[in-house]
Ligand binder design. Sequence first.
Ligand SMILES: Cc1cc2nc3c(=O)[nH]c(=O)nc-3n(C[C@H](O)[C@H](O)[C@H](O)COP(=O)(O)OP(=O)(O)OC[C@H]3O[C@@H](n4cnc5c(N)ncnc54)[C@H](O)[C@@H]3O)c2cc1C
Length: 263
Amino acid sequence: MYPTNFDYQKAHSVDEALSAMAANPDLKVIAGGHSLLPAMKLRLAQPPALLDVFGIEEMKGIREEGDVFVVGAMTTHAQILRSQLSLFPEVAGYVGDPMVRNRGTIGGSLAHADPSADYPAAALALGVEFVIRGMEGERVVPADEMFLGMFESAVQPGELLTHLRVPRNVQASAYEKFKHPASHYAIVGIALARHADGQIRAAYTGAGEKAARLTRLEERLNAGQPAGTGLVESADLLGDRFASPEYRAHLVDVLAARGAARV
Ligand SMILES: Cc1cc2nc3c(=O)[nH]c(=O)nc-3n(C[C@H](O)[C@H](O)[C@H](O)COP(=O)(O)OP(=O)(O)OC[C@H]3O[C@@H](n4cnc5c(N)ncnc54)[C@H](O)[C@@H]3O)c2cc1C
């Protein structure tokens, strides 16, 4: 299907984008377009006007700053794949296909908060901080407060996710994914990171309404115990024609054990 008609404009700086959004609340941000355009073609989304932020240079690239990497939200999956970041490159390798990876962005994915997307679990495991800018200024949101629900992140209308702060001193990390055979999205994805202090953080995606920490797994691994089973309650998980909640809970256990063996 074709999208409904829409206006289109391009922003060349964060300030310009924020001013444009303040002047016209109907403007919908478009980054790589690889989640938004499919939704528009299916007419699940019908924004009257798009604001293209993909070309904003200050929101691109990766630089070192003290003990973090500062990652521009408009950095593509392909650039993440080739980067020196912890965990995210492995995750990027699982995202879609080369076309998706060359155009889709890490910021677009994380702002979108698709419950089956790969990066949210990694962001939680890494303890990423999200730099979000609006007309009122800048705020920094910890990973644990970023994913609010299905397709709902902490980024509010009129705001832009500009950067991520990703810890540099991660000792080991792993991403294990059971992917949908057609869409390649995660039916379940498990991310783990052993941080500089030796503590492991872990999270899942795909299984529930939003990505979430695997606290039971973290407690066991940080106490020197095996991953074990029963890491999540199936009552808290999603079921569909691809996988029941019980099967997703089983996948969480299996993939968590695989990931735990790598960190
Ligand atoms: C065939 C196909 C397969 C895919 N497979 C996978 C997969 O296996 N795993 C996976 O995780 N993803 C997958 N994706 C999704 C892909 O990773 C998208 O690129 C990503 O989810 C969205 O990033 P984007 O830059 O394309 O954002 P867009 O589609 O442009 O935007 C998505 C949403 O985020 C908002 N937004 C974007 N950037 C910002 C920002 N900086 N600040 C505030 N709001 C913003 C937009 O307004 C929109 O609501 C797939 C997509 C396709 C088409």
